[in-house]
Design a protein around this ligand. Structure first.
Ligand code: GDP
Ligand code: MG
Length: 162
């Protein structure tokens, strides 16, 4: 049995960039235009000798009507398929109403959730990451998916939750 780690979150928070960081190669589709990733894309990943399936999610049009509902629905699909959920938030934006809704859904799911405070590209971003304690999902892991900052500690936490 290979466990599944689902990566969920709003468009443009850096889910696909994080997936690429974990895979160590550019494979997941990253675009400045949000919403490019197809519904669900699965990749074989490993860290510290543990193999897992990494599920990148997305695929909605962020301009579409009912975007928040689509995001939470997508998160639900990801959660149902997952043993562990990585919930990615853009720390430079902070927790939006949609993030709050997803957090609520995740708390109720009973699944282990790793909260990713993304786009912490330098030390000055740590305070933004700490603000995400408010989502009541435990420790926010401050990372820069783009530059790799913090990704080792994040992956240690993911593997520990498997
Ligand atoms: P997704 O829609 O959640 O899959 O987001 P993407 O991975 O496609 O990234 C959306 C945008 O955010 C792209 O322009 C990325 O280069 C940028 N991005 C992702 N991670 C980081 C990060 O850690 N720091 C910064 N500064 N930008 C990032
Ligand atoms: Mg994507």
């Amino acid at each position: 049995y290979t466990p599944t780690v689902a990566v969920v979150g709003r468009p443009n928070v850096g889910k696909s960039t994080l997936v690429n960081r974990i895979l160590g190669r550019r494979e997941a589709v990253v675009e400045d235009v949000p919403g490019v990733t197809r519904d669900r894309v699965a990749y074989d990943a490993a860290w510290a000798g543990r193999s897992f399936t990494l599920l990148d999610t997305g695929g909605w049009d962020p301009e579409a009507k009912g975007m928040a509902a689509r995001i939470t629905a997508q998160a639900e699909v990801g959660v149902a398929a997952a043993d562990v959920v990585m919930f990615v938030v853009d720390s430079t934006v902070g927790a939006t109403d949609t993030d709050e809704a997803v957090a609520k859904l995740l708390r109720r799911s009973g699944k282990p959730v790793i909260l990713v405070a993304n786009k912490v590209d330098g030390p000055s971003g740590e305070a933004d990451a700490a603000a995400l304690w408010n989502l009541a999902l435990g420790e926010p892991y401050a990372v820069s998916a783009l530059h790799g900052r913090g990704s080792g500690d994040l992956l240690d936490a993911v593997v520990a939750a498997l």
